[in-house]
Design a protein around this ligand. Structure first.
Ligand code: B12
Length: 146
């Protein structure tokens, strides 16, 4: 039975290429991907996660407003009774000279893993397999440090 994950670009962000690649890679790796597309509101992530009984939520943001767009996101998940891994990735801040700081900011906001724009989709797949305790095969050895 495929494991279901929710994927989307949050806020007013319209960058679609990254999530299209992620969707293809995740699907090829055996995940059932509910791709909410671009310009997705927080509530849409939450209701999709609930209605599809998803096991993880993957949020993408490229245009530099991720922090504002993700404010209160985990509170909404909590209110909906959802306690599942949340990942965020992309160009999460304007500039991004120090991604370590950006990563800390998003971790403090409640995200379990924070990925930069250089992330290979295989890294996210390896992280999901680890967090959802899916036996690894071909992703053995892929470094997960996000
Ligand atoms: C194409 C593009 C556009 C196109 C988008 C077309 C479309 N519908 O997709 C257009 C021209 C519309 C556009 C508009 C804008 N853009 Co633009 N755009 C780009 C550009 C050149 C490429 C993005 C792309 O497709 N990359 C290819 C994909 C494969 O890579 P990716 O998106 O990074 O995704 C990968 C990773 O980031 C990662 N990833 C992404 N999300 C997630 C999530 C998770 C959970 C995980 C694990 C991984 C992950 O995995 C993906 C696959 O490998 C980038 C610059 C760049 N070189 O990245 C700027 C860029 C993203 N844009 C930028 C900006 C500022 C804008 C605008 C605000 C400009 C403006 N003032 O109008 C608007 C925003 C409009 C909007 N509402 O979103 C900035 C963002 C700056 C920042 N964050 O600091 C960038 C970085 C350009 C720059 N250097 O200034 N843009």
């Amino acid at each position: 039975m495929p494991r279901t994950v929710i994927l989307g670009v949050i806020g007013s962000d319209a960058h679609v290429v990254g999530i299209t690649i992620l969707e293809q890679a995740l699907s090829a790796a055996g995940f059932e991907v509910i791709n909410l597309g671009v310009q997705t509101a927080q509530d849409e992530f939450v209701s999709a996660a609930k209605s599809h009984d998803a096991e993880a939520v993957l949020v993408s943001s490229l245009y530099g407003h991720a922090r504002q767009d993700c404010e209160g996101f985990h509170q909404r998940l909590d209110e909906a009774g959802l306690d599942i891994p949340t990942y965020v990735g992309g160009n999460l801040a304007v500039g991004q000279d120090d991604f370590g700081t950006t990563r800390e900011v998003f971790r403090e906001m409640g995200f379990d893993r924070v990925f930069d724009a250089e992330t290979d989709p295989e890294e996210a797949i390896a992280a999901l397999r680890r967090d959802l305790q899916i036996p690894t095969t071909e992703t053995d050895g892929v470094k997960v440090d996000s």
